[in-house]
Design a protein around this ligand. Structure first.
Ligand SMILES: [Zn+2]
Length: 496
């Protein structure tokens, strides 16, 4: 409907915009774009940690009279209050992200969850719950490990972090706090992996090998991401976004298998193809994350943000942007590059070869399918092409018609969803379409909890007391988790 497509490029921005995480990849690019806008923001408030590096980074911004830098961190309550005071909109981009988050799991959990609590408390204390819009940046990691034929997904699919992925767990817990808050207008935008030139300089992490070759990801370019951040700051942004969950992705041509992505990335870096510089057996089989988003096109309809460039063109531009010395990679023998990559994969703590050397049974069991020895390159090619007409995929069955309009959701739908989770919806009444009033639920092991249909049906959250990780025990009791678990596990593992 034309009426739902608002937010034209000419429409006005909110006057007071508050941003956390302004010095990270996404935050920095967002601030710079906002400062470039002709209809400038009247007041841009940024919460920034007072480090030497950050002081240097924001020097340029301080010359703008409409920029207010608040020196403090996400635990500093008075500074957080100063940040959100009279803000029309808060873009909460800050927090710890992967891969750094993988090295400091406990701190990640603390920063990412506490920051949301602190921001919402501050907005509430200042009596701004009706006036301040809150944009939470979630993550594709919240969906966890998914394999064929369940490689398409979106809001409503269960929140199921990969084992030991504390970053994903932190994003799930924090998102739930947002969705259960009393804020009048909030939205969770689940970010995918960001595609930017910076990525070309980050190829030497052992985490590269945690990514299954035949897994998928819908990439989100930094340009599209920034365009979305600016679009949600517009006064006439579609009201339909508030109170919902969406996925950020750059669309059809950016829906790549991880093998395709590696190939394109190496080509951009003037390197030989994956087969020449890696062994297929270095890559994990499961326990990462990544899906192709069926909902990102919907988000683009509601809040047009895509720049329309294809992945192919994007990689060509990335390659062009590299300094000339990168072209030297083309004359380095592939054997030398392979030796270096083997060294990277041999990292004791994070490298898959390092785990084998140390016989780290726990991690090997989590990331590799027992008995799967035919790990060769042909496996990387079995994922169906990113074409929505392709029938080799299955959208998860939530137990009710997940495509029906929200205003038609009924108690019967919620009861069916609870049964699909091996539990029950204990409430005896629900007004059709009332997705905000909490209902009472019981999980498969008998924990009773109250939360809204928005949180459970639209967000995919479930029992707050149960273990958040996908275990064989959970798969036996929760039919929905069973379907996902069995896409990446052997039958024998179900009885472990
Ligand atoms: Zn439970």
């Amino acid at each position: 409907m034309a009426s739902s497509v608002s937010s034209t490029s000419k429409s006005k921005l909110h006057s007071v915009i508050a941003i956390t995480g302004a010095t990270g990849t996404m935050g920095k690019a967002t601030v710079e774009e906002l400062l470039r806008k002709k209809d400038k923001v009247t007041h841009l408030k940024l919460l920034i940690r007072p480090s030497k590096k950050n002081r240097k980074l924001v020097k340029k911004w301080l010359t703008y009279t409409n920029v207010e830098v608040i020196w403090g961190d996400l635990f500093d309550i008075p500074k957080i209050k100063q940040l959100v005071f009279r803000a029309d909109i808060v873009l909460h981009i800050g927090g710890l992200v992967s891969p750094k988050a993988d090295y400091v799991p406990e701190l990640t959990l603390k920063v990412n969850v506490e920051s949301v609590k602190n921001l919402i408390c501050a907005i509430t204390d200042l009596n701004q719950i009706d006036t301040t819009r809150f944009v939470y940046i979630g993550s594709v990691a919240q969906y966890g490990s998914r394999a064929i034929p369940l490689h398409w997904g979106g809001p409503g699919d269960p929140m199921l972090p990969a084992l030991y992925d504390y970053y994903a767990l932190s994003k799930i817990l924090a998102e739930r706090i947002v969705a259960e808050s009393k804020l009048k207008r909030w939205v969770s935008l689940r970010q995918s992996a960001i595609l930017s030139k910076e990525l070309l300089y980050k190829g030497n992490s052992p985490i590269t090998f945690h990514v299954p070759l035949n897994g998928v990801l819908e990439w989100s370019t930094i340009e599209d991401t920034v365009s979305l951040m600016v679009a949600v700051c517009k006064i006439d942004v579609s009201e339909e976004i508030w109170g919902h969950f969406f996925d950020i992705g750059s669309g059809s041509s950016f829906r790549l298998t991880n093998y395709e992505f590696e190939s394109m990335l190496l080509r951009a870096l003037y390197c030989p193809p994956p087969e020449k510089v890696f062994e297929a057996s270095w890559f994990a089989h499961r326990n990462f994350h990544g899906i192709w988003y069926w909902s990102s096109d919907h988000l683009n309809q509601l809040v047009p943000f895509r720049k329309g460039i294809t992945a192919e063109e994007y990689f060509i531009n990335m390659a062009k942007s590299l300094p000339t010395y990168f072209k030297l990679a083309g004359i380095i023998p592939s054997g030398i590059i392979k030796m270096f990559m083997k060294y990277v994969a041999s990292d004791r703590h994070f490298g898959t070869l390092g785990w084998r050397k140390e016989n780290n049974e726990t991690l090997l069991k989590a990331f590799f399918i027992p008995g799967m020895t035919n790990n060769n390159w042909s496996q990387a090619l079995i994922v169906p092409k990113p074409d929505t007409k392709d029938k080799n995929y299955k959208i998860l069955d939530l137990g009710y018609d997940r495509w029906k309009p929200f205003r038609e959701l009924s108690l019967k739908d919620m009861q069916s969803l609870a049964i699909r989770r091996g539990g029950e919806c204990l409430s005896e009444s629900m007004k059709d379409g009332d997705i905000k009033t909490p209902l009472t639920w019981k999980c498969s092991v008998g924990h009773v909890f109250n939360t809204s249909p928005t949180v459970v049906a639209l967000g995919g959250h479930w029992c707050p007391e149960c273990s958040p990780w996908p275990t064989s025990d959970m798969a036996k009791k929760d039919p929905l988790i069973h379907d996902i678990y069995m896409s990446t596990h052997n039958k024998e593992e179900l009885n472990d």
